[in-house]
Design a protein around this ligand. Structure first.
Ligand code: UDP
Ligand code: MG
Length: 140
């Protein structure tokens, strides 16, 4: 497994419920290192750019509204096979389908308000990291 970096967001439903530490513990227990982290409050327009791949989906407007509703925690996670490992730790998009012990099984409120985002491939990971962080902020 190569050493990889992936982009992660702790979403508004989770920051609102003060779950940042509990979610970070799941990442660290899985061997993912948090090599960059910051708390920001996105505008709806910024959320729209981040989720532009979903622009044609029926849930897009609600998703952008949600992502701009409260602060989020943006992160870069590093580890062996970090992209797929993080997707495992997150669990399925719909918490009803998420495996026991995953972040979404334990914390997500609904398919939309599902506590975390994680990149799905090396190309999206690189693009998403560059949207939120400068190279100087990545301290591996
Ligand atoms: N989403 C939603 N309704 C759906 C599918 C997705 O509100 O039916 C939201 C949800 O917050 C999800 C995000 O859109 O995390 C991005 O969807 P994607 O299919 O990329 O899921 P993910 O990669 O986050 O598991
Ligand atoms: Mg996705």
């Amino acid at each position: 497994m190569p050493l990889e970096r992936t982009f992660s967001i702790i979403k508004p439903d989770a920051t609102r419920r003060n779950l940042t530490g509990k979610i970070n513990a799941k990442f660290e227990e899985a061997g993912l290192r948090i090599i960059a982290q910051k708390r920001i409050h996105l505008s709806k327009a910024q959320a729209g750019v981040f989720y532009k791949v979903h622009a044609e989906r029926p849930f897009y407007d609600e998703l952008c509204q949600f992502m701009a509703s409260e602060p989020i925690i943006c992160q870069v996670l590093e580890g062996e096979g970090a992209i797929s490992k993080n997707r495992e730790v997150m669990g399925a998009t719909n918490p009803a389908d998420a495996a026991v012990g995953t972040i979404r099984a334990d914390f997500a409120e609904s398919v939309g308000e599902n506590s975390v985002h994680g990149s799905d491939a090396p190309e999206t990971a690189a693009e998403e990291i560059a949207y939120f962080f400068s190279g100087l902020e990545l301290v591996g």
